[in-house]
Design a protein around this ligand. Structure first.
Ligand code: ADP
Length: 671
């Protein structure tokens, strides 16, 4: 609808212009100003020739003009040219023939002139339109860019000068910019504190010389290093044109404590280029603030366009830095456009993929990922599709037997939120990251191997200690105190065994020994009932009531029975341990959307807020006022629960309030 109306609007404007242009030609013709031109296309004597009347002439001229306007509007000037050219030749021939044999003048010259005028008017209007759009878009882009680019221009200039100060023995640095009258005026200045202020007149003289040097540098377009006259102690003055897109937008004057070292020239030019971009942007921003309505024929508008273009090109230069920085990254990175083309691949990625730069140039993202194909990563295209569909990153540890290497691969979709255009995330590109985690993996394995070795080695002697202590304690002939000591030895060695067992279980689970997690269909209600029954005696000792609350029949879950039983036991055991006497503990089950939940709620001591996030950590124990750390506590019980639950694809949760109690719960996905 919108297109149609804009089409008609454009057509009517063009026809209107063609009409006006034709009217002007007609008026000129009526006034007799085209007589000689008209005569050139007539082959009969003027007084014998029949000339069309004014109204007929108007009809012919305006008709020709409108038709030409219509053709240019519809098919464009270039494609309409054969048609118009053909019409011209035909008209010309017709005019000559008719005037020769019938003595009639068909007013061909004004008609042709009306065609030319209409074509020019319509074409100009079209150019105007395009130009208006161009100006609008490029100014918009430049304004958008300036809004993105942080920091005041003057602050950025000073930043640049400070950077120069770190690498050059600077006495003074001044940035000049030409003003309206093209005279250089200083816009940023940095002086090292040690510079003594020279007497006024000579200072002015030096200043003027500096300005002249800068003007010369700008005209010549190159760095000029000079020794100030009268200076014999090796001081140097350098003037550098600040060039952006080949045009000098300002100049930088440096006064050095030492002679200028030619080796510094490339660096100086690079910093100068950055300062030039800042200067240009600052100037353009001021220009962009003035609204220009006249375009195409306006010199100022054309300058605005140029300034805007320079801003955009400056930004493009700076954007390239981002990609170049990737070369410095430690890990392998590749960036791919959403058509799969690789935008950049950094050296560590080339190394990990065993590719040369030349080979990588001919690959797309799939070709690159193919280099990592194998084992758990056998279909790279499926991984990419999943990332594109869900927007979630794909992560896998890939082990390569041939080179005994483990690489952590991550494929992610990079999206950005353009707050102005739309609040939704807009996908931009794909990134592939590869980290060599071989050493880390080996270290982790070594660590857990050592732990389990140590634990096994510890278990054997403890079993002996425990067994013999038990045997001895049964001997009635021993004195009472000795037996008491033996009981302590037995209890403590049993505690040690329990600790080692839990520790072993946790490390084993962490290592991801999945083959040991045997998942079979399991009814959680049964597990809860068994646990409650087995812990009743412990609870009774503290006069704690265990309440079972299983309101609905639960669907079965797939789980390792002994692990889940141990997890529930740990939670109920904790609840008993950390509750005062004569309280109740509720163990309940509930059905949720796609999981089942087990909760253990007590009226115990509760957990302070600063500890709540840490209680799932291994060996973490809550320190409570006035309460000694429980001897039977290892800080491993809850970390075991979390490991088990997460291995089964569930989540753990806790809510607690000091003095009021805690509620521990976990979910497990239903079958
Ligand atoms: P522990 O072997 O010490 O019980 P856990 O990992 O099971 O180790 O628990 C870690 C800490 O969390 C414990 O030291 C305890 O202070 C606290 N905690 C666990 N369960 C509860 C509970 N139901 N009420 C209060 N504190 C608890």
């Amino acid at each position: 609808m919108k297109n149609l109306s804009s089409y008609f609007r454009s057509l009517s404007v063009s026809l209107g212009l063609a009409f006006c242009a034709s009217l002007v030609v007609w008026a000129t013709w009526s006034a007799g100003l085209l007589a000689s031109l008209q005569a050139a296309f007539v082959l009969s004597e003027p007084n014998e020739t029949l000339v069309p009347q004014s109204w007929l002439g108007a009809l012919l001229i305006v008709g020709a003009g409108l038709s030409a306007g219509f053709i240019v509007e519809r098919v464009g000037a270039r494609r309409g040219l054969p048609l118009l050219g053909g019409g011209f030749i035909l008209g010309c021939a017709l005019s000559l023939l008719v005037s020769r044999f019938r003595q009639i003048d068909i007013a061909f010259a004004p008609m042709a002139l009306a065609v030319v005028a209409s074509v020019a008017a319509v074409q100009l209007r079209k150019l105007w339109d395009v130009d208006l759009n161009l100006t609008r878009n490029i100014s918009h882009a430049a304004a958008h860019v300036s809004a993105l680019e942080g920091g005041e221009a003057s602050a950025r200039l000073m930043g640049g000068l400070k950077l120069l100060q770190t690498m050059l023995p600077l006495d003074e640095a001044v940035v000049f910019q030409p003003d309206e009258s093209e005279a250089l005026s200083p816009i940023a200045r940095l002086r090292s504190d040690s510079t003594p202020l020279s007497p006024n007149s000579s200072h002015l003289q030096i200043w003027r010389e500096g300005v002249v040097l800068c003007e010369r540098a700008m005209t010549r377009g190159e760095v000029i290093a000079a020794k100030p006259p009268g200076e014999t102690d090796g001081k140097g003055t350098v003037a550098l044109p600040l060039k952006h897109e080949g045009r000098a937008v300002g100049a930088l004057l440096l006064r050095l404590r030492e002679e200028f070292d030619e080796e510094d020239r490339p660096l100086l030019i690079a910093v100068g280029a950055q300062l030039a971009r800042n200067l240009q942007r600052d100037k353009a921003r001021r220009r962009l603030d003035e609204k220009e309505f006249l375009t195409f024929l306006s010199y100022r508008a054309a300058e605005t366009r140029l300034a805007s273009f320079d801003v955009v090109s400056g930004l493009l230069t700076e954007q390239r830095f981002g990609a170049a920085v990737l070369a410095e990254a430690f890990h392998g990175y590749a960036v791919a456009y959403l058509d799969g083309t690789l935008a950049s691949v950094n050296p560590p990625m080339l190394h990990a993929a065993h590719l040369s730069e030349e080979e990588a140039r001919n690959l797309d993202i799939f070709g690159l990922l193919d280099r990592f194909r194998g084992g758990v990563f056998d279909e790279p295209s499926i991984a990419v599709r999943r990332v594109l569909q869900t927007g979630e990153a794909y992560e896998r540890d890939l082990y390569f037997t041939d080179r005994n290497q483990t690489l952590a691969l991550r494929i992610a979709l990079v999206a950005s939120r353009d707050a102005i255009a739309s609040p939704a995330l807009e996908p931009l590109c794909l990134t592939v990251r590869v980290c060599d985690v071989t050493e880390k993996k080996e270290y982790e394995k070594l660590k857990s191997d050592m732990i389990s070795l140590m634990s096994h080695e510890l278990r054997t002697p403890i079993t002996s200690i425990n067994g013999f202590a038990e045997l001895l304690a049964m001997d009635d002939t021993l004195p009472e105190q000795t037996r008491e000591f033996l009981t302590i030895i037995r209890n403590e060695s049993q505690r040690l065994t329990r600790m080692i067992n839990t520790f072993l279980a946790v490390t084993q689970l962490e290592r991801g020994d999945k083959q040991e997690v045997l998942k079979i269909p399991l009814k959680l209600d049964d597990v809860v009932r068994e646990t409650v029954n087995s812990l009743q005696p412990v609870a009774k000792k503290k006069r704690i009531r265990l309440v079972e609350h299983t309101p609905v029949r639960l669907p079965p879950i797939a789980a390792d029975r002994s692990l889940i039983t141990q997890a529930v036991t740990n939670l109920v055991d904790n609840a008993i341990k950390y509750s005062p006497e004569r309280t109740a503990i509720t163990i309940s089950t509930a059905l949720e959307a796609d999981s089942v939940r087990v909760s253990v709620e007590d009226r115990g001591f509760g957990i302070p807020p600063e500890s709540i996030d840490r209680i799932w950590e291994k060996f973490y124990r809550v320190a409570r006022d006035g309460q000694e750390k429980d001897k039977a506590s290892t800080g491993l019980g809850l970390s075991f629960v979390r490991e088990v639950v997460e291995q089964h694809g569930g989540n753990v949760a806790v809510e607690s309030e000091v003095g009021r109690g805690s509620k521990f719960s976990f979910t497990l996905p239903r079958l």
